[in-house]
Design a protein around this ligand. Sequence first.
Ligand SMILES: C[S@@+](CC[C@H](N)C(=O)[O-])C[C@H]1O[C@@H](n2cnc3c(N)ncnc32)[C@H](O)[C@@H]1O
Length: 262
Amino acid sequence: MIEKLLSIIPRNSKGSNAVRLRSHHLGSYAFNDGDVRKQIIDDHNFDGDLLNIFTNGCKHPVHKWHHYLPIYDKYFREFRDTPFRFLEIGVSQGGSIDMWREYFGDQAIIYGIDINENCASLNGQSGQIRIGSQSDESFLLKVVEEMGGLDVVLDDGSHKMKDITATLEILFPLLNERGVYMIEDLHTSYLRKFGGGYWGKRNFFNYLRNVFDDVHSWYHYAPIKHPKVSDYCSSIHIYDSICVFERGKVVQPKHSVIQNST
Ligand SMILES: C[S@@+](CC[C@H](N)C(=O)[O-])C[C@H]1O[C@@H](n2cnc3c(N)ncnc32)[C@H](O)[C@@H]1O
């Protein structure tokens, strides 16, 4: 019976039978020998503008994991062609800021921050670039003030555990209602040089577990640990190496029994 049911479910992935090549060396996951576009369409069932922009290439180089594209599109598409405020942490060579400009359109207010002063030369091309550290609260507040608020944050910065959580706690309370906060490259949670490690105390997913507990604080008496996130967070979504926090009203849960027997 179960085989029969499984056979009628359309599948576009190799599922759990896929051979897992496991490695701490991220270079071993580089896709060097084929058609990037086809790989993304076939393996991730994703097509559209963002795929075209990424695979056609922008003025500056952009380096992205292929499976991020559908996730970006899922959470970011509602902001396209609107005058919203987008902050990317980590500019590097500027390719992602180019990509976001093409994807979001001219109305978007796009800022990028980076600790590397060389990135200042990219200022004013596809977005505004400011130099400073993602864990420097006064710098971040200044940038957000200049932006006039914040609707979407993408953290692609240092990827260090302490920076990821520090930035989240500074910026999440500043997000607009219905804002989106996305952190990428969270595989660093398992890498010691980023302050992570499978058993590491600072592994981001341990932090996240505490946020989950806060979100469910209606149902237990333990202290709230991360109110700067959980007081404003309506949902959390986890993907391979990406975590998305959605900003929304936190309300006391209620339940009802309703019947209409007429
Ligand atoms: C992965 S790269 C960004 C790539 C870029 N978003 C892209 O997709 O093309 C990470 C960047 O974060 C910057 N960075 C490292 N530590 C930082 C910090 N504490 N604050 C801000 N930026 C930092 C690095 O200088 C580097 O340019």
